[in-house]
Ligand binder design. Structure first.
Ligand code: OXD
Ligand code: MN
Length: 576
């Protein structure tokens, strides 16, 4: 028998069109029950109990990992599916040449077919959430409807969920309609659909974070980038990092890198010994997304719309990111790592040696050195295994994460992964030149990826999979934003990944990158001059603190070689 949906939501929802929308979805998907989240601690305990009972979560050893849980996603559902992600703008040209497009009525019709009756036997969770501090003028309210308790628990970490978001909405406030249904997790019936003109997102057939936690890539980047263009601000795939100088002044940097290029590590950077002794400290404001608006000083300020980190676990250890390791020591959801017999977790690159045996991310028995039928080593954790943890648990979290006005941005960094061509750092000659550097940024495939080693993939502003409208108009919006600012941030291109002839990385990266950030801040303060090269401003070696680094002879110069032939080829490739 169909439950009385009205009576299930009536006590909690006073916003009349929200009520109508929830009823519409419930009547379509036919859940057994509806649960409106209020964000309380008791609700968290109840949801965890539900997830444990259904097997969606496993409780981890509380003596070692208090408050932590383990989840495995379906083995065909472990990453964002860009090929199944669509911008369903009214006109195809509004989605632009880099996005998949589907006519909105066709898209709705396809998803309706998949969703019809798909929540029978399940609960529909109604998740009111705020992207950004609830009372900030720059925040946006969303409501996600989902039949996944895993999504509900993740959203509680990644966003500000509950009554405060509903209160902000009042009886007629604007919100993004975020509808998520697992359906049967069939990759052939999976779609991630964005409707910018309706301020709506529909995601069906996937339980993977990037496809299912709709506040993140779908709202905070794709829908928000389109809203930002209309409203005069920018939603960017950028970390936000605070650098505290020895004299106690703090500067903020926003930085865009393609996925899996060390953004979380840079956001939580540990200063090298010499800079720590000088008095440098790092404060993390955000690790993935920045919403930037023009401030009263004519510059840019940024808020992090998220409240948590959904980071890649593989390769995380106390050397690559000690702060992340501390952050995920409690109250964390681990997805698709290996589960050890003692109820703890392990992944490739973990500080601890590989366990003698474990269950891998597919729940198969795993032992070190195990080979698959193809003769290749079987990984215990999926390379895209993830942690979900509150940013407040990060030991270097900035006190500004809840600042409703955001933090002022002194510099914007664009970074690629290039074995050659791009120097370690170069400063743009102007805002528009900086936009050009961002628009042409690229990464090369490494031996760790399938495909041709060295093949260049362009990823403008690291937004290729995340821009919710026409990429050409997106560049135009960047240029227009520059025109509106009296004090725009300076723009830099960095490349931590330059190699020598033998493919050895020339620059140590990680915490040592602070040496380059220090130079950038000196430039922002007008303390040092740059060398004007044809491609941008480069640092003089005397202006960069390299003490204690022991770079080999000639390495600094190799990091800054600007080879005319390579750059002419680069220009041709950019045009292409
Ligand atoms: C992410 C990504 O998950 O960029 O942050 O793919
Ligand atoms: Mn990202």
């Amino acid at each position: 028998m169909t439950p009385n949906y009205v009576s299930l939501i009536e006590p909690f929802i006073s916003h009349s069109s929200l009520k109508d929308w929830i009823l519409e979805v419930a009547n379509l998907a036919q859940p057994d029950s509806i649960c409106v989240l209020n964000g309380s601690e008791s609700e968290k305990t109840r949801l965890e109990a539900e997830a444990l009972a259904s097997g969606e979560l496993v409780k981890l050893n509380p003596a070692v990992l208090p408050g932590c849980f383990y989840h495995r996603s379906s083995s065909n559902d472990v990453a964002r599916t860009e090929n199944l992600t669509y911008i369903c703008a009214q006109n195809q040209k509004d989605a632009g040449p880099t996005n998949n497009w589907m006519d909105p009525s066709e898209a709705y019709a396809k998803a309706v077919k998949i969703l019809a009756g798909s929540m029978r036997g399940r609960t529909l969770y109604v998740i009111p959430f705020s992207m950004g501090p609830v009372h900030s003028a720059f925040s946006k309210i969303g409501v996600e409807l989902t039949d996944s308790v895993y999504v509900a628990l993740n959203m509680r970490i990644m966003t500000r969920v509950g009554q405060a978001a509903l209160d902000r909405l009042g009886s007629d406030g604007v919100y993004t309609k975020c509808l998520h249904g697992k359906a049967d997790l069939d990759i052939n019936r999976r779609l991630v659909l964005h409707f910018p003109q309706d301020n709506a997102i529909w995601s069906v057939g996937s339980g993977y974070g990037g496809n299912a936690l709709l506040g993140k890539k779908c709202l905070a980047l794709r829908i928000a980038s389109a809203l930002g263009r209309k409203e005069g601000w920018m939603a960017e795939h950028m970390l936000i990092l605070g650098v505290e100088k020895p004299d106690g002044t703090k500067f903020y940097i926003a930085a865009a890198f393609p996925s899996a290029c060390g953004k979380t590590n840079l956001a939580m950077l540990t200063p090298p010994e010499t800079l720590r002794k000088k008095g440098y400290k790092i404060w993390t404001v955000g690790d993935d997304i920045a919403w930037l608006h023009i401030n009263e000083q004519g510059g840019l300020s940024a808020i992090n719309p998220e409240a948590g980190c959904f980071g890649v676990v593989s390769g995380t250890n106390s050397k690559s990111n000690i702060n992340a390791m501390r952050m995920i020591g409690k109250n964390t959801i681990f997805t698709n790592v290996a589960l050890k017999k003692d109820g703890t977790v392990w992944w490739e690159g973990h500080d601890d040696p590989a366990p003698d045996s474990a269950l891998d991310w597919k729940a198969e028995p795993w032992t070190p050195g195990l080979k698959g039928v193809d003769g290749k080593l079987v990984k215990a954790a999926h390379p895209n295994s993830r942690f979900t943890a509150s940013i407040r648990q990060c030991p270097c979290v900035s006190s500004e994460v809840d600042n409703e006005f955001g933090v002022p941005i002194s510099a914007i960094l664009f970074g690629g992964r290039r074995a050659g061509v791009a120097p370690l750092v170069m400063e743009s000659f102007s805002w528009n030149h900086g936009v050009y550097l961002g628009a042409t940024m690229a990464s090369e495939r490494t031996a760790a990826q399938t495909g041709n080693v060295g093949e260049v993939r362009r990823d403008p502003m690291a937004m290729l999979p995340f821009c919710g409208y026409n990429m050409g108009e997106y560049f135009e919006h960047w240029i227009n934003m520059g025109r509106k600012m009296q004090r725009p941030p300076r723009i830099y291109h960095v490349n931590w990944f330059r190699t020598d002839e033998k493919n050895n990385l020339l620059w140590p990266g990680f915490g040592e990158n602070l040496r380059i950030l220090e130079w950038i801040l000196q430039r922002c303060e007008g303390r040092v001059n740059a060398i004007e090269s044809p491609v941008g401003g480069l640092p003089k070696v005397k202006d960069v603190d390299l003490s204690g680094l022991n770079l080999g002879p000639g390495v600094w110069d190799q990091l800054f070689v600007v080879n005319k032939k390579e750059w002419l080829e680069e220009q041709r490739a950019q045009e292409e």
